[in-house]
Design a protein around this ligand. Structure first.
Ligand SMILES: [Zn+2]
Ligand SMILES: [Zn+2]
Length: 126
């Protein structure tokens, strides 16, 4: 597939990257039909996010068609058209169950870095 990939500060390129695969039973794979670079991407573009590495795919707000789902997904089916916000919520923690997905306790893989920086964690962000 084609993706916008960060190379270094102020340098992004459209590259061919491996197609995504379902890795977790709760994953869904979309064929993206529309997306855009937003203001948050400027932090990455400018080189201000220290964990971003050359080749990382950027872009975190999109819409598309579901083309594959994991065995644990029960609220989507292949062919559904969806709009995806930047925040990732697990759907089952205290915050997700109270419609505060941006505070999800379970979606960020490296929360210790954020906790050290901000004193607490937020959700992961695409
Ligand atoms: Zn954004
Ligand atoms: Zn959650």
């Amino acid at each position: 597939m084609k993706a916008v990939c960060w190379q270094k500060a102020n340098d992004v390129r459209v590259e061919t990257v491996p197609d995504p695969k379902v890795l977790n039973p709760r994953d869904a794979i979309l064929k993206i039909t529309s997306t855009a670079i937003c203001g948050s991407d400027l932090h990455i573009y400018g080189g201000y996010i220290p964990t971003v590495q050359a080749g990382d795919i950027i872009g975190h707000e999109f819409m598309g068609e579901v083309v594959d789902i994991g065995s644990g997904v029960n609220n989507l089916k292949i062919g559904d058209r969806v709009v995806v916000p930047s925040t990732i919520g697990c759907g089952h923690c205290h915050y997700c169950e109270h419609d505060m997905w941006s505070l999800c306790d379970n979606s960020i893989p490296n929360g210790a870095i954020e906790e050290k920086l901000f004193g607490n964690i937020t959700s992961a962000i695409f």
